[in-house]
Design a binder for this molecule. Structure first.
Ligand code: HEM
Length: 171
């Protein structure tokens, strides 16, 4: 019996090239647009929660109007940031291939749905919507924003997603 011919040698770095291709494509001078945009929904989700709490405490009708605008702008900029993030996810092989990116996507879509509902329930009567549903939704949404934002940071700081990685060691 003749021995099998040995497998030809391959270069693992060459083979896993797409694994390390994590550099952002939706970016300005290498700085990811998504990271610039998410600051708005994150901040405004917490502002909505703060405005609801202040209305509950003071009864001042100024706060439900603040909450209405914060919830609406937070949702709309969040959707834009989500579209940019999804383009990045689909366009960059090293982002697409990591399951953590898809976990972030699922968390973000759940968050965006909640941000949208939290805005829509206020459109008719911003003050009447605060108790109990507005405050309840903005509390859950603030928590969900913290989780999604933390996870987004994990993508960047743990997996170097969106970064240039010319000098990274092979996996
Ligand atoms: C709907 C779909 C979304 C997708 C597909 C997505 C995807 C991504 C990707 C690929 C990154 C890595 C950086 C980059 O390449 O831009 C990232 C980072 C991040 N994402 Fe998202 N994202 C989405 C929505 C959101 C939302 C709604 C938030 C708001 C909480 C968010 C918060 C973050 C944060 C805080 C970072 C880290 C940014 C940094 O520190 O540089 N993402 N996301």
């Amino acid at each position: 019996m003749t021995p099998k011919p040995p497998k030809p040698l391959t270069d693992p770095i060459q083979e896993r090239a797409s694994f390390n291709a994590t550099e952002s494509k939706i970016a300005i001078a290498g700085h990811p647009l998504h990271a610039m945009m998410v600051a708005f929904p994150i901040t405004l989700a917490f502002c909505t929660f703060a405005a609801d709490a202040l209305y509950w405490w003071t009864g001042d009708l100024f706060w439900p109007r603040v909450a209405l605008w914060a919830a609406g702008v937070g949702f709309l900029v969040g959707v834009l940031a989500g579209i940019v993030g999804t383009m990045e996810l689909l366009a960059v092989p090293g982002i697409r291939i990591r399951s953590a990116s898809w976990t972030h996507f699922i968390l973000a879509v759940m968050l965006l749905s909640m941000l949208g509902v939290n805005w829509i329930i206020r459109l008719d009567d911003a003050a009447a919507a605060v108790l109990p549903w507005g405050v309840l939704l903005s509390t859950v949404t603030a928590g969900m924003t913290a989780i999604t934002g933390w996870h987004g940071g994990k993508l960047v700081f743990d997996y170097q997603i969106g970064t240039q990685n010319d000098h990274r060691d092979p996996p």
